[in-house]
Write a protein that binds this ligand. Sequence first.
Ligand code: URA
Length: 204
Amino acid sequence: MKKPESPPTRPRSIEALRKATDACRECPLGANATQSVMGEGPLNAVLMVVGEQPGDKEDLTGRPFVGPAGGLFDRAIAELGWNRERLYVTNAVKHFKFELRGKRRMHKTPAQREIDACHHWLEEEIARVKPKAFLALGATAARTLLQRPVAVMRERGHWQEDVAGRRVLVTLHPSALLRGDPEQREAAWANWLEDLSVASDLLL
Ligand code: URA
């Protein structure tokens, strides 16, 4: 596997980052994906939303959170009165990891070494956007940002600080709600909105 590129002295543009991540073969994921999926949103966003990795639709369109998980996230932020156009939305891992089941490409959780290999791309995005705070959706994003294992159910819903003093709010990944027990769905939805609402003062 290729050694990571050394970071440039000044942050690259998001378009330059997209090209560089597209060509990235520091882990095996890039070879099987259609394209890399870079973050999207204003470069002066105060909140950076970080997910795990692109899914099938994101891989095909090149845009983050446009599939079922993104649809749920959009519904939640609409209920909270947030405007997605004010958020910078990205992922810890820039390529879709999947396994083929027949013709279907099924999501596969990225390995820690793949998450680690991608970390410097996220840091470059952070250097470019300089958000005031982060919303980590799920354990992969939380671990990437806080640089330690995170028990999402125990640590959700309040501001934490990473080692660099950056504010991080951890909550469930929307896919966890999509997969959750149907009988618990209403309660899970209400709890999720409550977690997310902790960041509302940055956005409303
Ligand atoms: N899940 C993620 O974590 N990110 C996406 O962009 C889509 C689904």
